[in-house]
Ligand binder design. Sequence first.
Ligand code: NAD
Length: 258
Amino acid sequence: MGIIERMKLDGKKGFVTGGARGIGKCTAAAFAEAGADVAIVDLDLATAQNTAEEIAAATGRKVIAVGCDVTSEAQVQAMVDSVVKELGGLNFCHANAGICINAPADSMTYAQWKKNIDVNLNSMFLTDTIAGRYMLANGGGSIINTASMSAHIVNVPQPQCAYNASKAGVIQLTKSLAIEWAKRGVRVNSISPGYIGTDLTLSSPDLQPLIARWNAMAPMGRLGMPEELASICVYLAGDTSSFTTGSDFILDGAFTCF
Ligand code: NAD
């Protein structure tokens, strides 16, 4: 079988957290287009159900929706159990759910800090280890975590210390798990997007006015689009990336190059 044929995900099963919209919706659609059966996992079950129906209709794959708060250990365990049961296994996952709380450090409350770390970093530990435990015991798999260029640089002008710290933690968690599981068939990688046009950026009243300033700083002069991140995730989920683990892929139109 040729390389391009081997990049397809026929027969594979996976889930995407934060899959109801934005980046996660786009990677879930790409996974299904590549031949996988996919679970759309999200706090917002109604939107996840609409997304699942839309992707199933477009691709003919089995696409299910699972409601889950990724900060809850019990809910993540129940979600993985139900994905395995309903799809018949688990070969890959994209741990992608995240939020951004902007507040100056000297007025950020401890509750705001903890919420951002909980949704963006503690959830990755839960998703990766609970899905990873299944994969370790069942023939291996591939885990993709969404970090951010904010793991590499401090964004300006908006103050977002908790977000930046959480995403830096995602990359070190990714590398740590990759090393622990390197000889046991489970690969763990991350993507670090730059500014991407999703509800997180376009619909936030705090961030919307900043887009022109970010674009003025960006070498390409524009936001990225979710579609521009999806093919690397298909590659990471599939078998042709078998020597790729512990890597972080910066997809930012060169924003972090200077
Ligand atoms: P989005 O807000 O459009 O979508 C996020 C999804 O996650 C939503 O459907 C939301 O319901 C879900 N979610 C939030 N909290 C959850 C929880 N506790 N449990 C389950 N689901 C939950 O955001 P997006 O722009 O698509 O971002 C996706 C990921 O990409 C995030 O981790 C974000 O930090 C990261 N990222 C985004 C950008 C960007 O510019 N948009 C840049 C770099 C990284």
